[in-house]
Ligand binder design. Structure first.
Ligand SMILES: [Zn+2]
Length: 373
């Protein structure tokens, strides 16, 4: 069979299967922002931002799709003309027939997202999210005749139910007796109209992200033998371990604060760091968050991080943190650019696993707009 190119919609669904739009910050603007969904994509360029240089590069390599981290369109746009930066870039994209997909805070909050990439770039180990709250979990309980329980749970798992951390197909089953009396108009799988039935059933429970609810219920009903399926869906207050903000991990061995700073500069290719000293002069437990994450300082201190590496830290935030945590501002661009290569690699791998022929290329034209003297 000849390999086919994915469409923009195919690429979007691969990205959103691992960085679902539902976990993005409410006011964010992620997903497919420019272009036609059905266009075939043979080359994808991945970058942090849409800039004139990046669009020129996409044209030069013949890319049909640009995937960036920062949304080009964020505020409501009243006109698309060459009189504004966003308007000019949108015109250039559309005139060049280049579509745009954005994975922003949905990528921040995912495994293999921005903070995970930053933690790996700094050589941290034993990584876990610093703050988990982003996922919204529900529990579905469905009543299934015994001999259909595996078929039903398998279908629900395929639709996205039963994932807890690195475990899939998680379910709980308990036996009981279901009763029902079909009406004259019913077409029961077991029993007959007007007669009270007692049937051995399993109460099958599975966890699911709320945005998968419709898919899971449809998949469950499609293989459930009953005409009327009895099921309950409950909202949960549990945090979803699959999604979170910031990452905490450990350096392989404790290092002096000064050598930790040099390590950051080297690994993130950053010329200047801003920082305040924390409690200890050695660092081992390190929290990181790509981009502006001053709101995670408390969580990092609570979890005994010696240091927090993030960006866009204000003077007063530094003042508050001094003496409590070694707080480092390593630059917005530098703490986020580390995600681009691993993102491109995973995107290409997953598209190829689905049988698509496509190349995903990392931009060479990304640059920090902020200069230092
Ligand atoms: Zn950012």
């Amino acid at each position: 069979m000849e390999e086919r190119s994915p469409t923009v919609a195919d690429v979007l669904s691969v990205i959103e299967a691992w960085a679902p739009r539902e976990i993005a910050w409410q006011k964010d603007n992620v997903g497919h922002l420019v272009g036609r969904r059905g266009v075939e994509v043979r080359r994808i360029l991945v970058a942090l931002d849409v800039t004139d240089e990046v669009i020129a590069e996409a044209r030069h390599i013949g890319a049909q799709l640009l995937v960036t981290h920062h949304p080009l369109i964020f505020q409501p746009i009243l006109s698309v003309t060459d009189q504004s930066r966003v308007g000019r870039l949108l015109l250039r994209l559309t005139e060049s027939n280049i579509a745009l997909i954005v994975a922003h805070t949905n990528l921040d909050f995912s495994k293999d997202g921005v903070s995970m990439a930053l933690a790996r770039a700094l050589g941290l180990q034993e990584l876990r999210f610093l703050h988990t709250e982003q996922g919204k979990l529900e529990k579905i309980a469905v009543f299934v005749p015994k001999d259909h329980v595996d078929t039903v749970s398998e279908a629900m798992a395929r639709a996205g139910a039963g994932i807890i951390g690195e475990y899939s197909n998680c379910s709980f089953r308990v036996e009981g007796t279901g009763t029902f009396k079909p009406s004259e108009r019913a077409h029961p799988f077991v029993g007959s109209p007007g007669t009270l039935e007692h049937v051995d059933e399993i109460r099958l429970e599975m966890i699911l992200p709320s945005w998968k609810r419709i898919d899971v219920i449809e998949a469950m009903k499609a293989v459930h033998p009953y005409e009327e399926v009895a099921y309950d869906v409950y909202p949960l207050v549990n945090a979803d371990p699959n999604y979170g903000a910031g990452v905490i991990g450990r350096l392989p061995k404790p290092v002096r604060a000064e050598s930790f700073l040099r390590h950051i500069r080297r690994q993130l290719h950053v010329e200047h760091l801003r920082y305040v000293k924390g409690k200890s002069s050695t660092i081992q437990s390190v929290a990181v968050c790509g981009g502006a994450c001053s709101d995670l300082i408390k969580a990092a201190i609570q979890q005994n991080a010696d240091a927090l590496v993030t960006a866009d830290i204000s003077y007063h935030t530094f003042q508050e943190a001094e003496g409590s945590i070694f707080l480092v501002d390593a630059g917005h661009f530098e703490t986020e650019a580390v995600v681009v290569s691993p993102f491109a690699l995973r995107l290409e791998r997953e598209l190829k696993q689905q049988g698509f022929s496509v190349s995903v290329i990392v931009s060479k034209e990304m640059k920090n707009p902020v200069q230092w003297l």
